[in-house]
Design a protein around this ligand. Sequence first.
Ligand SMILES: Cc1ncc(COP(=O)(O)O)c(N)n1
Length: 395
Amino acid sequence: MTIAGSDSGGGAGLQADLKTFTSLGVFGTVIVTGLTAQNTFEVTRVMEVPPDFIEAQFDAVMRDLNPRYAKTGMLASTKVIEAVKKKVEEYKIDLILDPVMVAKSGASLVTEDVVSSIKSLMKDSLIITPNKFEAEKLLGKKIESEEGLKKSAKELYEKYSVNAVVKGGSQFGLDYAIIDGEELELKGEKIETNNTHGSGDVFSASITAYLAKGFKLKDAVKKAKEFTTFAIKYSLNLGKGHGPVDPFAYPEALIEKEIAREELEDLLYFIEKKEEKTFKDLIDENDKSNVGYLTKYGDFVTLAGGIIRYLDWLKIDGPLLVNWKKNDVYEALKRSGKKIGVIISPSDKILSLAEENKIKLSESGINSDAITINGKIILVADSVEELKKKIEGLK
Ligand SMILES: Cc1ncc(COP(=O)(O)O)c(N)n1
């Protein structure tokens, strides 16, 4: 469950939470605490949901769907926090408290000073996930170094008897957690991007989802860090301000691998059944893994054996492998920015097509149909259909 505000821009708030839950295969329920008129660079208005209506939402959800874990997002005022506190205690919900105060755009999301009421909610929480700025507010002091960040997690843990993960953001490039007294340093790949709108929401929502899936808190936090890093790595360049992170990047990468598999199977069937004659002389027996597909998430799918000659036939020598070995096909796809490729031996036909400018052959891969690497030619395309046409053109 998420207890959060709506972001009209779609990148943060309950929208980010629900996308995260869905991406991780968890069904999400929603207690809307407020509405924001917001985009990637500004929050023009915040409207609170009346506390009795917040309570009514809790009652409706808990009477029927009864989620065990909930995360908080924007809790705009003391009244809102009090209503949430009452219901979280009544229903004994395990709370992941994300003390959201300011949007990435710099605009305040709370209509008054809510620090002291957030502190009272901390006591009801399983874990809190402040960023550096929020931790400073909660502790009433500045965090200026990595050491200070580490200390702040410890202080929150000791002072409020609550597990804490303090997010260092791009300033520190790492997060510190104290969970059941144990220190944990969370370091992800450093990603240079301004598009981080919603990153905090995705982190707390993914902790919640992993807990709901049965992971222990420490593992849920570690996995959430990976999930969030991926969402930031493939964030979307939308809007004029901080573009949104993409919680769908994770399942999309898995789907892309499956599409790669299907596309390769389609290509191989085509070569085996329809273009055996064209291809027979173009296949070099010594080339293994001579077909491949590069997804937009950087996964390279290939065949262990590739297309081979067996007696008088062409045969497909599986199995399909992901990120097993990066070879000349991978290199050609990287250079050209294309998706699918196959290695062929230089033939008179392809060389004359290149001379006539019917096929663009290059080493650099720029705007090319085929790339030359180590004396080989890799025919590349954006889709299997396009590659089939290119293969037909080699007759
Ligand atoms: C409704 C709502 N909830 C949370 C955030 C925080 O997200 P961010 O800090 O990434 O802007 C937000 N901007 N809007």
